[in-house]
Structures are given as structure tokens and as C-alpha cells.
Design a protein around this ligand. Structure first.
Ligand SMILES: C[S@@+](CC[C@H](N)C(=O)[O-])C[C@H]1O[C@@H](n2cnc3c(N)ncnc32)[C@H](O)[C@@H]1O
Length: 266
């Protein structure tokens, strides 16, 4: 990836982290977990590790924070000594990790996991949690609000692409069910809205701009299959995103985000 595109991606993902955390009362986690010396935390699908880096400033350095991701390209170059990273799929974690993490955090994997993969990831997370440990998922609602013709078109386009790739549209509905099926308990789901309109000031501008930016990363899969009948070219795709963003900015809409947490039985 060209260095400027890489830098833009990093800054978009880091701004996205700040936007999401702000929407959840500036808290990095909602689960009622209390971390103590020697505990291990896992960031599942770590990306840039931005959540881990912020957590490391809020917990004692005696807590180990590990990030796993299928790709290493976004891992930070510099991080505290109680942080570490490894490459691997969250659908198949190392055997040696069984019953070793007090808390597992996973955010924004909605664009990567089919139903089968979600079930495998939840089963693996359950395995690597200590009895009594907690897992927390943070995900957006893929069928986001329609506030005009172009944002409606984009929303339908996204859902059609996700269904075609067997990705779980509106995974926030299924995660609690899958957690229950996997035997986890104390399952809670909380919803927040990330503002998209200019009426919300800088927060709304940041929300719309960041979400529009997320579609740049989805351009390649969305342009497959003849643009799913929604766009004919890259130029039309870019114009659709720009028009949808204008509609979001002119509206007072929110993008629903969910945090869903659950506990492994003692
Ligand atoms: C949208 S990014 C989210 C990154 C991070 N969780 C955050 O919120 O900033 C999704 C991440 O999941 C990773 N990923 C996708 N499929 C995965 C898999 N099967 N196992 C591990 N990581 C995966 C991608 O490489 C990417 O870094």
C-alpha cells in the first residue's frame, strides 16, 4: 500500500476509535470486569492496536495485553512492554491459550465474518477465557438509517454485498443468541448512536466523514459483480459515497453502535 494511503488509513482508524469510545461515555469497556495483577487481556482482530494502546494507559503494567490479527500490516511499530501481538485467525486460536484470558475485546469484525466464522470465533473466545472471564463485542448496525435517495441506495448496496459474501448483516441481533448457544451467561447489549449530522457539530462531521472513509476500504469488494447493479464504475462509486455523506450531514441521523458483553460461567 502507498505510504500516504497507509497513513490516511491509520489516522481514519484511530479517529474511528475515538468516535466510538466517545459514544460509549468515553469508556473502553462496558463489561463489569475487574482486572488484577497478572491478568491477561486479548484484543481479537486488533488492527492498529489503538484500543490496546489506550487500555495500557488505564491499567497497571502488570496486566498483559495481547493482540491477534490475521494480518500484521496495521500493528503499531512501538508499544509498551506489557503489550504483544501475534498473527492468526480468531476462528482458530492457539491451543496453549485455553483458560488464560480474563477479558477478550473484539470490535468491528462485521465485514470479515460469516455466521460459521462468528460461531467459531465465539467458541474459541469462550475456550480461551478463564472461568468467570468476560468477552465484549462492539459492532455497528450495517442496515444504517436512510435519510435520502443516495444514502438509501448506499445502504441497500452494502446489505446486498454483505449478503452475497455471506457476511452477517446486523450481527448485533445474532451475537447475543450465539453467545447463549455457546454457554455464556450474563449477556448484555447496549446501543448508542454516533451522530452523522452537522446539527451535532464537530461530532456529526467526524461521524459522517469517518464512515464515508470506511467505504474507501470497501471499494474493491463493492465494485465486484458489476457493482451489484448500483454503480458502473469507480467514479460512480466515489460520487455515491460523496452524495450519501452530504445527505447524512444535512440530517440529524445517527449510526447505531452496539456493545455486547457476556461472561464465561465459573
Ligand atoms: C475493521 S478492522 C477493526 C480493527 C480493530 N478491532 C479496531 O476496532 O480498530 C478489522 C480487523 O479484523 C482483522 N481480521 C479480519 N478477519 C480476521 C480473522 N479471521 N482473524 C483475525 N483478524 C481478522 C483485519 O485484519 C482487521 O485488522
Amino acid at each position: 500500500m502507498p505510504i500516504i494511503s497507509y497513513a490516511l488509513l491509520l489516522s481514519r482508524l484511530n479517529l474511528q476509535h475515538l468516535i466510538i469510545v466517545k459514544a460509549f461515555d468515553r469508556k473502553l469497556l462496558a463489561a463489569p470486569v475487574s482486572l488484577k495483577d497478572g491478568d491477561r487481556v486479548l484484543e481479537s482482530g486488533a488492527g492498529t492496536g489503538t484500543w490496546m494502546l489506550q487500555l495500557s494507559t488505564q491499567v497497571p503494567s502488570t496486566i498483559q495485553i495481547h493482540g491477534v490479527d490475521i494480518a500484521f500490516r496495521l500493528f503499531p511499530a512501538i508499544y509498551p512492554t506489557n503489550m504483544s501481538f501475534s498473527i492468526g485467525s480468531i476462528t482458530s486460536l492457539p491451543e496453549s491459550w485455553t483458560s488464560s484470558f480474563t477479558f477478550v475485546h473484539q470490535r468491528l469484525l462485521m465485514g470479515a465474518l460469516t455466521m460459521t466464522m462468528w460461531k467459531a470465533a465465539i467458541s474459541e473466545i469462550s475456550r480461551v477465557l478463564v472461568p468467570g472471564g468476560w468477552v465484549e463485542f462492539v459492532e455497528a448496525q450495517a442496515s444504517f438509517p436512510h435519510v435520502g435517495t443516495q444514502s438509501t441506495k448506499l445502504a441497500m448496496f452494502l446489505v446486498d454485498m454483505m449478503r452475497d459474501k455471506q457476511l452477517l448483516v446486523d450481527c448485533q441481533i445474532y451475537i447475543p443468541i450465539m453467545l447463549q448457544e455457546a454457554g455464556l451467561v450474563n449477556i448484555h447489549s447496549e446501543r448508542r448512536g454516533i451522530p452523522f449530522g452537522r446539527s451535532a457539530g464537530q461530532d456529526g462531521i467526524d461521524g459522517s466523514t469517518n464512515f464515508a472513509g470506511a467505504f474507501v476500504g470497501m471499494k474493491a469488494p463493492m465494485l465486484q459483480n458489476g457493482g451489484y447493479g448500483y454503480v458502473q464504475s469507480e467514479e460512480e462509486f466515489d460520487q455515491l459515497i460523496a452524495d450519501a455523506k452530504d445527505e447524512w450531514l444535512a440530517s440529524d441521523s445517527n449510526l447505531p453502535f452496539y456493545t455486547i458483553y457476556a461472561q464465561k460461567p465459573l
